[in-house]
Design a protein around this ligand. Structure first.
Ligand SMILES: [Zn+2]
Length: 152
């Protein structure tokens, strides 16, 4: 138990771990075919809704998964990069904090702008956080997406 806590701190306290996490997030931030996205796409296909577009450029913010006809936009957000509120994965690196906090604020602001523009254009928005996948939480989000398909 104690040992596990120690190693958790060791993993987040070194700058080597920081850069590994940053590297990982940068990759996640490229946004194409990330593992969480693949999981969501698979669940949507299995639920019988395969007709999505990926990173659809004609919608504000290029939603990760979009159903243009139904105006449904799904964002699969990495917790670290998109700052999932209250999530353990959304920690701040110990080094260059000023730089990272600014960068994170930019990302969060951009997300907000995109969601707002989508809403104004009549889109329905769903945000799925990476940490929700692989737990029972995923089903709630997917269920509400599927419900909105059923609603029209
Ligand atoms: Zn999270």
């Amino acid at each position: 138990m104690v040992k596990q806590t120690d190693s958790m701190f060791a993993a987040t306290d070194t700058s080597a771990a920081d850069s590994a996490a940053i590297h990982k997030s940068m990759q996640g931030n490229k946004g194409k075919d990330t593992r969480p996205e693949l999981i969501v796409r698979k669940m949507l296909r299995e639920a019988g809704y395969p007709g999505y577009r990926l990173h659809w450029k004609k919608a504000p913010g290029k939603p990760d998964i979009a159903y243009p006809g139904r105006k449904i936009a799904i964002f699969v957000n990495g917790c670290y990069w998109h700052r999932h509120p209250g999530c353990n994965l959304a920690y701040t690196p110990k080094t260059n904090q000023y730089f990272w906090i600014n960068k994170f604020e930019d990302t969060v602001e951009r997300d907000k702008r995109n969601y707002q523009q989508l809403e104004e254009a009549g889109w329905k928005i769903f945000v799925i956080w990476e940490c929700e996948l692989g737990t029972s939480g995923e089903h709630c989000v997917i269920d509400s997406i599927i419900n909105s398909f059923a609603a029209g």
